[in-house]
Design a binder for this molecule. Structure first.
Ligand code: HEC
Length: 121
């Protein structure tokens, strides 16, 4: 290994060990195309609530959006675990919620999306 490749290898190792790598965020941003018809990232509400600041927010509380009773009563905050469960199977995670979206079956794509959502502050 020469002097130029060594730092590169270190950087790649660091990325591989990072739970939300730059690649995940980029892939998640691309995958968000499935969501953007309903969800803004600029704080405005559309068919769905804005997802700005979603990570750490209590479910069903974004100001100005008329959530279903089911979502208002979900009683948890959005983190990696709850987002993954909801995005995998919205109806199973929050029965009776009204998001007209069947879910993201691919676990890697869910991880990518969640990494991207965490950047929306
Ligand atoms: C066709 C419109 C539509 C699409 C597409 C859609 N959603 Fe939604 N989403 C909604 C609606 C409507 C709600 C509110 C549900 C309720 O109140 O029961 C919602 C709620 C949510 C919530 C809970 C928000 C909160 O503040 O508690 C999250 C998180 C979410 N969606 C993520 C996503 C992601 C990520 C995608 C893409 C993979 C997506 N949604 C695709 C319409 C959509």
């Amino acid at each position: 290994m020469n002097k130029t490749t060594f730092p590169l290898v270190l950087a790649l190792l660091a990325l591989a060990g990072d739970p939300a790598s730059a690649q995940d965020v980029a892939a998640g941003k691309a995958a968000f195309a499935q969501c953007s018809a309903c969800h803004s990232i600029d704080g405005s509400n559309g068919a769905g609530p804005s997802l700005v600041g979603i990570t750490g927010r209590k479910a069903g509380t974004f100001p100005g959006f008329r959530f279903s009773r089911a979502m208002k009563g979900a009683g948890f905050s959005w983190d990696e675990k709850t987002l993954s469960a909801y995005l995998a199977d919205p109806q199973q995670a929050v029965p009776g919620n009204v998001m007209p979206f069947s879910g993201v079956a691919d676990a890697q794509q869910r991880r990518d999306l969640i990494a991207y959502l965490a950047t929306l502050k």
